[in-house]
Design a protein around this ligand. Structure first.
Ligand code: NDP
Length: 326
């Protein structure tokens, strides 16, 4: 028996609680994992609060990521004792997720923990940090280099934004960190931000084009923020878009694309093929300053997860929330 957060639904009413669960109740899969750490991501907050249509079947164990040790495997790539990490693949949405003592999953979804990252660090990075790395890789694929100029990061004090800021700064980029929280300016400078921009500067009604300011950007906000980022991106620049913290709409024009050759690079972390995941995790192991990662961590017990989830939707979470399980 082990503890699991369980989201249940009766009629239109969703309830969430911690329940004692039996291994026999786990979904089908060829690898069983003893979970060491999970995390709270923005998507988990949407699932737990019911604020977004994340959960596709009930009852559901939330948690879109976890790290842990294989306890049982019928998959050729994994054996008991292997340390593994999982991000996405619908886990915590349509397949029971990481906010539980154990998980049973399809072994194809797992990757071996890379050298240089332990199980706690893997979840301090979590899906938010791994998505930040996917965004950096998207900029690199489009030829962005540190000498091109400032790179903007929106939602910089959040999970994706914190890791993106640290990763870009470590590679020598000048990072312009956008935040709505004045209290986090020192934190962001500590992660390596070269300048700080008030979120309000990017929430006005977007014009088709604005002054060319940034060589590239990583955007977690969407909506008006992304429209303003696109309008202010320099000729030939790239914007990696991965989030919707400000909204799912995009009130923009095609002007940045057809007059400045700006590229909008979409970033999804859930269904990315395995080779790109492994590339991202290896780059995290080589690029991310683990002392800076430590500054991003707030650890909470499983018993505090349900109460903490609404803070994400209020934009009150700083950095990454790690949930020790074992
Ligand atoms: P966090 O809540 O940790 O960070 C989001 C940050 O966005 C906040 O901390 C805040 O930063 C900023 N923010 C909040 N509200 C607004 C707003 N109205 N306008 C502009 N900025 C706002 O979430 P994560 O970093 O975990 O995730 C960020 C986004 O990325 C989410 O939308 C999430 O769903 C998405 N995501 C997408 C993935 C994918 O596969 N595409 C994977 C992982 C995440 P500050 O206070 O500094 O301004």
């Amino acid at each position: 028996m082990f503890d699991a957060i369980l989201i249940e639904k009766e009629g239109d009413a969703q309830s969430v609680s911690i329940k004692q669960t039996d291994e026999a109740a786990l979904p089908q899969g060829d690898v069983t994992v003893e979970i060491a750490f999970s995390t709270l991501n923005y998507k988990d907050a949407l699932a737990i609060t019911g604020a977004g249509p994340v959960v596709r079947g009930f009852p559901m164990v939330p948690g879109i990521d976890f790290s842990g040790t294989v306890s049982d495997s019928a998959h050729p790539d994994f054996k008991p004792g292997d340390k593994v990490v999982l991000n996405g693949w619908g886990v915590g949405e349509k397949h029971w997720g990481g906010l539980a003592g154990k998980a049973r999953v399809n072994g194809d979804w797992l990757i071996h923990l890379p050298d240089g990252i332990d199980m706690r660090q893997a979840m301090a990075i979590g899906t938010a940090g791994y998505t930040a790395m996917l965004c950096v890789l998207a900029l690199e694929r489009n030829g962005v280099t540190p000498k091109d100029g400032e790179v903007l990061v929106t939602g910089a004090a959040g999970g994706v934004g914190s890791v993106a800021t640290a990763l870009l700064a470590a590679r020598g980029y000048h990072v312009a960190a956008v935040t709505g929280r004045e209290a986090e300016h020192d934190y962001l400078r500590g992660l390596g931000a070269g300048s700080i921009i008030d979120r309000q500067d990017l929430t006005g009604k977007p014009r088709p084009l604005a002054r060319e300011q940034w060589a590239a950007a990583i955007d977690v906000a969407g909506s008006t923020v992304l429209a303003n980022v696109l309008a202010g991106t320099r000729y030939g620049g790239t914007v990696a878009a991965c989030g919707l913290a400000a909204g799912m709409d995009l009130p923009a024009s095609v002007a940045p694309f057809i007059l400045r050759g700006v590229t909008l690079a979409g970033v999804d972390s859930v269904m990315v093929p395995k080779p790109r995941r492994i590339e991202a995790w290896n780059r995290l192991a080589s690029d991310l300053d683990m002392a800076k990662l430590e500054e991003m961590i707030t650890e909470i017990p499983m018993s505090d997860v349900i109460g903490t989830a609404p803070k994400f939707l209020e934009g009150q979470v700083r950095g990454r929330i790690v949930v020790p399980i074992a």
